[in-house]
Design a protein. Structure first.
Length: 219
C-alpha cells in the first residue's frame, strides 16, 4: 500500500517534471489500491494533455495491472499512446512499489509530441524519398466506458475481420484477449461484449473457459 509520505513525494516529483518540460508534459499518478477502478487517478499535472483529472479512471496499463493482480508489472519507457482527440504522446510508465516490494502505484509521464510530428511530416519530403511505416499507438481514454470500447476495437483488429465473419474459434480468441486485458473488471462489460459479439452470457463464460482450456496465447 502506498503510504502518505510516498504519495506526497511522488506528487512533488510530478510537479517538478511537469514544470521542467512545460505544458505539453502530463504527469499522472494512479493508485493501484484504489477502492474502485473508476477513480485511480490521485494526482495529475497538465491534465489538459489527455483531458483527465483527479478522480478519473485507469489507463490500459493500469487496468491490465489490476487484472494481473500486479504480478507481472514492469517499467516501460518511450512508447507511443494517443488521446481520443488524436494527440500522439510519448509515454513512460514507472511501477512504484511499497516497502514490501508490492506494486502500489503507477507513475506516468505523457509528452504531447504532436507538434514535433507535424514538423517532421513537413520536413521529411525535403530530406528523404523514403516513407516509414508508423507503429499503431494505444489510446488513452477519458473514462472506463471509452476504455472498454478501445479494448473491443483492439480485439477485432487482433482477429482481422468483422464479428459477422468470425468463426467460433476466432470469437474465443477475441474474448480471451478482452479477459486478459481486464475488460471484464468493468461493470456491465459482459452485457456490452455479448451484444457486440452476438452471443449469450452463458456462451461468453464458456468462451472464456474454452480460451484457457485450449492453452492458446493472446497477442
Amino acid at each position: 500500500m502506498l503510504d502518505q509520505r510516498m504519495t506526497e513525494c511522488l506528487k512533488q516529483i510530478a510537479k517538478a517534471v511537469a514544470a521542467q518540460f512545460g505544458s505539453n508534459c502530463e504527469v499522472v499518478l494512479h493508485d493501484l489500491d484504489a477502492e474502485t477502478i473508476y477513480h485511480t487517478v490521485i494526482a495529475i499535472e497538465n491534465g489538459h494533455v489527455s483531458g483527465r483529472r483527479v478522480g478519473d479512471g485507469p489507463s490500459q496499463v493500469v487496468l491490465e495491472a489490476l487484472q494481473d493482480e500486479k504480478g507481472a508489472l514492469q517499467d516501460k519507457f518511450g512508447y507511443l499512446t494517443r488521446t481520443p482527440e488524436g494527440k500522439t504522446l510519448k509515454s513512460s510508465t514507472v511501477i512504484v512499489k511499497d516497502n514490501k516490494g508490492v506494486p502500489s502505484a503507477v507513475f506516468g509521464i505523457n509528452m504531447d509530441i504532436t507538434p514535433f510530428l507535424l514538423a517532421e511530416n513537413a520536413i521529411k519530403p525535403l530530406i528523404s524519398a523514403e516513407t516509414q511505416e508508423g507503429v499503431e499507438p494505444t489510446q488513452i481514454p477519458k473514462n472506463v466506458a471509452d476504455m472498454l470500447d478501445n479494448l473491443i476495437d483492439q480485439s477485432v483488429r487482433l482477429i482481422g475481420k468483422p464479428v459477422a465473419l468470425m468463426t467460433k474459434e476466432e470469437k474465443i480468441r477475441a474474448i480471451r484477449f478482452l479477459n486478459d486485458h481486464g475488460a471484464f473488471l468493468i461493470t456491465k462489460s459482459g452485457d456490452k461484449v455479448t451484444k457486440f459479439f452476438g452471443i449469450s452470457k452463458y456462451t461468453l463464460y464458456s468462451y472464456i473457459d474454452a480460451g484457457y482450456e485450449s492453452g492458446g496465447q493472446g497477442t
